[in-house]
Design a protein around this ligand. Structure first.
Ligand code: F6R
Length: 605
């Protein structure tokens, strides 16, 4: 989703500004641009395409100046065009703005401004901000006052950065429901939609809250609320360093992050036990608990729902956060556990706001420190997975699953649904999981690469799982869709015969997520489903643990996993699903880390 950067410093900043929007590329975007104050004038260069392409075409770094703003845009209002790319400028060229979020009353504002003679160049909601600034400045001659008045006119969500010809060495920025943070450096000060905008230059940050604005210059920054009252804020140090966020020798962030999963699991296992226990007690104390997330994090929630049911006897309901308001019954004695890598996802934030408004207690499992969700909930559980740069979630998701399982184990023990001995045994297995995954990554990647290449021409896949393997099948199918642009449909095995079976013939390819045989309830059921596919000449690839009881060939292709305890088995299948999607995408030469139309953090409705 859109990214914002701004720098005010002692030297020419155009190269740093370009570098900073390169670091925001992972969020997903379709166009980009920069505005710099050059010899007293605002100069803008922008176009559609990737940062390096636009730089080559437009010469972004040919601009020179010490104050500037930049943007990567992911179209919401108005098509993907050069005119709609940010920055946007006022009629007289005196104010330039970049903006993330959606100004919901822009249409009314635009009509009013047009009547007053303002000329609009784009179809965006953002452009109204530049014209409002011009309008208010012309009556007061005071930039900060014009900025504040303009903000007061806006409904909706925004993170804004603005430069003006009237204050050469200042950036004005503001936030409401879209993230915006300041970076405090030695030779310059920064503003960004996330840490990555300035992580190469400083680790000192100040997080803005909703309805606050800041005026930053090269040596200082002032923060005020929207009424103009000063606000004092502490500087926080970011724990991540720029090197950690780089690819570290891997061809893609996705592969790097898949390989970082053993570490992410260890970090998740080391989350403070006190918090895990506290959340388990909260589930006990409340009448109902929802798990919510969207996309991958909804599938993580669904996996949680299965674990809670099977190991604690408590049924928690997983609800996709985009439908939360339509489904969830939130009242007193309700707990909502939200799951979000970025901590900025609009749908999940919105579900949490609704939950809080209706009296629920809230918990979040979240990766990004200082993110809106982390700051909004009663109890944030920081998953500590480190930066996840690839748009496609892998290590963050597995870490969230482990944290949910840790809560499940605490609750199961509290409710005496599992014995202390069993809990210790499962925890021991979980501690073994990083090594088992590491071995699979080392030993199976080449083989999976070959298989993925062999079947990369297949256009439709059916991913079948039962029980806990159903969310694993769903998540694996999502990976295939988003990175390889191949249709894959996750389905519970039992559901097949109620309709979808009509599709099966030699042209439909199926992956069966087969549990170890010790899963006595699940194993025969999924094998039954696979036989139904085979009976109709369907092709079946089996992800399985080597349990063979039939002497005829059940699978046309197979990837065999080492025998492990049934508790950790689903995670191994997840790894296969990720690698199969990644290598299929490699074969098809897809844009792995930034697939088309996707954004890392979806901050709009
Ligand atoms: C899929 C993916 C998305 C996110 C979803 C929620 O690989 O990354 O489906 O899981 O947009 O994002 P977060 O976790 O940032 O709230």
């Amino acid at each position: 989703m859109c990214g914002i950067s701004g720098i005010v410093g002692f030297e020419n900043i155009s190269k740093s500004l370009l570098n900073s929007i390169r670091n925001l590329e992972y969020r997903g975007y379709d166009s980009c641009g920069i505005a710099i104050l050059e010899k007293g004038y605002i100069k803008i260069k922008k176009n559609i395409g990737y940062v390096d392409e636009v730089n080559e075409k437009e010469g972004l770094t040919n601009l020179t100046g010490r104050t500037g703003i930049a943007h990567t845009r992911w179209a919401t209002h108005g098509g993907v065009t050069k005119k709609n790319a940010h920055p946007h400028i006022s009629c007289k060229g005196d104010f330039a703005v970049v903006h993330n979020g959606i100004i919901s009353n822009y249409h009314t504002l635009k009509e009013g401004l047009k009547k007053e003679g303002h000329k609009f160049l784009s179809e965006t909601d953002t452009e109204v901000i530049a014209h409002l600034l011009e309008k208010y400045y012309s009556s007061t001659g005071d930039v900060e006052d014009a900025f504040r008045r303009s903000l007061n006119m806006l409904d909706g969500t925004y993170a804004i950065a603005m430069i003006t010809i009237y204050e050469h060495e200042k950036i004005f920025c503001a936030k409401n429901e879209s993230p915006l943070i300041l970076g405090i450096g030695n030779d310059a000060n920064y503003v960004g939609s996330d840490f990555n905008a300035f992580i190469d230059y400083t680790k000192n940050t100040v997080v803005l809250d909703d309805k606050e604005y800041a005026v930053i210059s090269k040596e200082k920054y002032i923060i005020k609320d929207i009424r103009g009252e000063r606000v004092n804020k502490e500087i926080t140090m970011i724990g991540w360093d720029a090197e950690m966020a780089k690819k570290g020798g891997y061809p893609h962030y996705m592969l790097k992050e898949i390989y970082e999963q053993p570490q992410a699991i260890t970090n998740a296992m080391n989350v403070d036990r006190k918090i895990i226990k506290e959340v388990a007690s909260m589930i006990m104390d409340n009448k109902r608990t929802y798990l919510t997330g969207v996309g991958t994090t909804y599938y993580v929630s669904l996996l949680g729902e299965y674990y809670f049911s099977s190991l604690t006897g408590s049924h928690l309901t997983a609800v996709s956060s985009d439908e939360f308001r339509n489904l969830a019954e939130v009242a007193d004695k309700t707990l909502v556990i939200a799951i979000s890598q970025s901590g900025e996802t609009y749908d999940t934030l919105n579900a949490l706001k609704y939950a809080r408004k209706n009296g629920a207690k809230t918990v979040a499992i979240v990766n990004v420190i200082g993110s809106s969700i982390a700051r909004m909930v009663d109890i944030p559980i920081m998953q500590g997975s480190g930066p996840e740069i690839c748009v496609i979630s892998t290590k963050a998701a597995i870490s969230q699953m482990i944290i949910l399982l840790s809560i499940v184990l605490e609750l199961g023990a509290m409710k005496k649904k599992i014995t202390v001995k069993e809990k210790i045994r499962i925890e021991k297995e979980l501690r073994r999981l990083p090594t088992v995954i590491q071995d699979i990554l080392n030993e199976k990647s080449g083989f999976i690469h070959n298989i993925a290449h062999k079947y990369s021409r297949i256009k439709n896949w059916l991913y079948l799982g039962r029980g806990i393997y159903y969310p694993i099948a769903l998540e694996s199918a999502l990976k295939m869709k988003e990175v390889a642009y191949i249709h894959a449909e996750g389905m519970p095995g039992g559901f097949l015969k109620h309709g979808t079976i009509a599709l099966i013939d030699e042209n439909l390819y199926t992956v069966g997520f087969i549990p170890p045989k010790e899963e006595r309830d699940l194993y025969p059921l999924i094998i039954g489903g696979i036989e139904e596919v085979k009976a109709r000449n369907g092709f079946v690839m089996g992800f399985h643990f080597g349990d063979k009881e039939k002497d005829y060939k059940l699978f046309d292709e197979e990837i065999i996993l080492p025998k492990v305890d049934k508790v950790i088995a689903p995670f191994l299948q997840l790894i296969l699903g990720q690698l199969f999607a990644y290598f299929t995408a490699i074969s098809l030469k897809r844009n792995i880390d930034k697939p088309r139309s996707l954004a890392k953090s979806v901050t709009v409705a």
